[in-house]
Ligand binder design. Structure first.
Ligand code: PLP
Ligand code: TYF
Length: 393
């Protein structure tokens, strides 16, 4: 049966993690995987999460099944984070939200749902995009095409190229958009650019699928939801995949949600019923712990304030590392663009050959595209990293 099975290529980022683990150099640095590390180089356990977990353990609850679409109070809290507590969409009950297995799981159930609805449309992703976008939508049976996004010359977004690319898509095409803190480039659209994207979406009848995996890492919870709220205020139907892996530092607990904005409450009920079928035939219902913790934090004033403080600390620390890297590299070139980029990543401009040298000569691991995870820098490694980069450029 399996004799003709070919060996699949390794995931480029997780493969890098394995190589890093096997490296015996004591001063190695992993700037590859998209994980936030604290000032001591550890994946943090947030104080708000610890408090919520303590209360959960003490409550010693039974472990029944969750509903197919997860914890209702969690789903409602996600909607408020995305659309704002006073959004008319929520009052009109036009948003369907289902708890998912991280942001990846949200993309997957959204993709499966859309495939049943409109099997022949293409899915457009940015050039470049998160590695898994293409594979995930192809895996759901879609043809995946790309729209221009990153402009290496300006270290910014090629807005004109992006709009022109989107304008060529057939009606009904699905457009995957990074709502904030674009992975891998760190460059985002400005408000006016988002408005122009929205215009093309409406003119062409496109279906936006917003991916928000870093809400709070750019400018703050509300500011980072700007694109979501702009689309919400327009008369369009769209999907949003939320991830709390980074913002709650709950990577392995797989906490995310899919939200679908519909035209009416009646439509929402029908969409919800179909989405539940997709979930039921995939994994039946989601796991409890991570979403229960996030729900407890978001629905409790004190814990919520504690979390927002901690999220702000993570955001500020990344910014300080961006500044520190730019300062240290100013001797060898103008890297000011690193400070303008947002979220955990920077498209550093390093070539694949330079990334190879960083790894081989200095034990510093980055993605071959030149993407570095700024959130992995700290006061203990930033001098070494900057010196090594200065040596290879
Ligand atoms: N979407 C983007 C753009 C991401 O960068 C990531 C994680 O790196 C995800 C989705 C998936 O997040 P999760 O780990 O919650 O599945
Ligand atoms: O670094 C990134 O862009 C992500 C990290 O299940 C990641 O790909 C790793 C494993 C996973 C989800 C995301």
């Amino acid at each position: 049966l399996f004799s003709s099975v070919e060996l699949a290529p390794r995931d480029p980022i997780l493969g890098l993690n394995e190589a890093f683990g096997a490296d015996t150099r004591a001063d190695k640095v992993n700037l590859g995987v998209g994980v936030y590390y604290d000032a001591n180089g550890h994946v943090p356990l947030l104080r708000a999460v610890r408090e919520a977990e303590k209360a959960r353990v003490e409550a010693a609850l039974p472990r029944g099944y969750l509903p197919i679409d997860g914890i209702a109070l969690y789903d409602m809290a996600v909607q408020k984070l995305l659309f704002g507590a006073d959004s008319p969409l929520l009052a009109e009950r036009r948003v369907v939200t289902a708890q998912s297995l991280g942001g990846t799981g949200a993309l997957k159930i959204g993709a499966d749902f859309l495939k049943r609805l409109n099997p022949s449309v293409p899915v457009a992703i940015s050039t470049p995009s998160w590695e898994n976008h293409r594979a995930l939508f192809e895996g759901a049976g879609f043809q995946v095409v790309e729209y221009p996004y990153y402009d290496a010359a300006t270290h910014g977004v090629d807005v004109e190229g992006m709009l022109a690319g989107m304008a060529k898509l057939p009606a009904g095409a699905i457009v995957v958009l990074h709502a904030c803190c674009h992975n891998p480039t760190g460059v985002d659209l400005r408000t006016d650019d988002w408005k122009r994207v929205l215009s093309v979406v409406r003119e062409r009848g496109l279906v936006p699928f917003l991916d928000i995996a870093y809400q709070g890492f750019g400018d703050g919870i509300d500011a980072d939801a700007e694109a979501v709220r702009l689309f919400a205020a327009a008369d369009v139907s769209f999907l949003v995949a939320s991830s709390f892996s980074k913002s709650f530092s709950l990577y392995g607990e797989r906490v995310g949600a899919l939200s679908i904005v519909t035209a009416s409450h009646d439509e929402a009920l029908r969409v919800q019923s179909q989405l539940k079928r997709v979930i039921r035939t995939n994994y039946s219902n989601p796991p409890t712990h991570g979403a229960a913790v996030v729900s407890a934090v978001l629905n409790h004033d004190g814990l919520r304030a504690m979390w927002e403080t901690e999220l702000g600390e993570m955001r500020d620390r990344i910014r300080a590392m961006r500044r520190g890297l730019v300062e240290r590299l100013s001797k060898v070139g103008d890297f000011a663009f690193i400070e303008r980029q947002r979220g955990m990543f920077s498209y550093s401009g390093l070539s694949a050959a330079q990334v190879d040298r960083l790894r081989e000569e200095f034990g510093i691991y980055a993605v071959s595209t030149g993407r570095i995870c700024v959130a992995a820098l700290n006061e203990g490694n930033i001098d070494r990293v900057a010196e090594a980069i200065a040596r290879v450029v």
